[in-house]
Design a protein. Structure first.
Length: 138
């Protein structure tokens, strides 16, 4: 609610907006799966669309909120088998005489495993070393 567009009479206070997340100060204490006590009525109502029921508590307002997570749409999906997770450790080829490059790899968290340097894929990309990855099959 924009206070400048208020329709309240002059002299009366207007309700304060809660911001974009009015329940951001709540604490989730219980998360229940469908069929557990406390979910049966909702499970009967929503069936297989019910994912979970959460009980959230707001100490400031002394309120308990019951929320539900529902499946509202389902579609086929295939993960991209070629996508490499950014935290995957990749073996790198760094020549014996490439001291500056070795220092960069070490500074980025690289470790020597006795055969190759190992570095997280995210750091490999950041340093521009994708062409130095030894195992290209991932």
């Amino acid at each position: 609610m924009n206070p400048s567009l208020s329709t309240a009479p002059v002299g009366q206070s207007t309700p304060k907006p809660h911001g974009p997340y009015p329940h951001a100060t709540t604490l989730t204490r219980r998360k229940l799966r469908p069929g557990e006590p406390g979910t049966r009525k909702l499970w009967a109502e929503y069936g297989d669309r019910l994912v979970c029921v959460r009980y959230r508590y707001n100490a400031e307002n002394k309120r308990r909120l019951k929320t539900v997570e529902l499946i509202i749409a389902e579609a086929p999906w295939e993960p991209n088998p070629r996508k490499i997770p950014v935290n995957k450790i990749m073996p790198l080829r760094v020549g014996y005489g490439e001291l500056t490059l070795r220092q960069q790899v070490k500074a980025a968290g690289g470790k020597w495993n006795g055969q190759a340097w190992e570095l997280r894929y995210q750091e490999v990309l950041r340093l521009g070393l994708k062409e130095r990855i030894i195992d290209s099959k991932h």
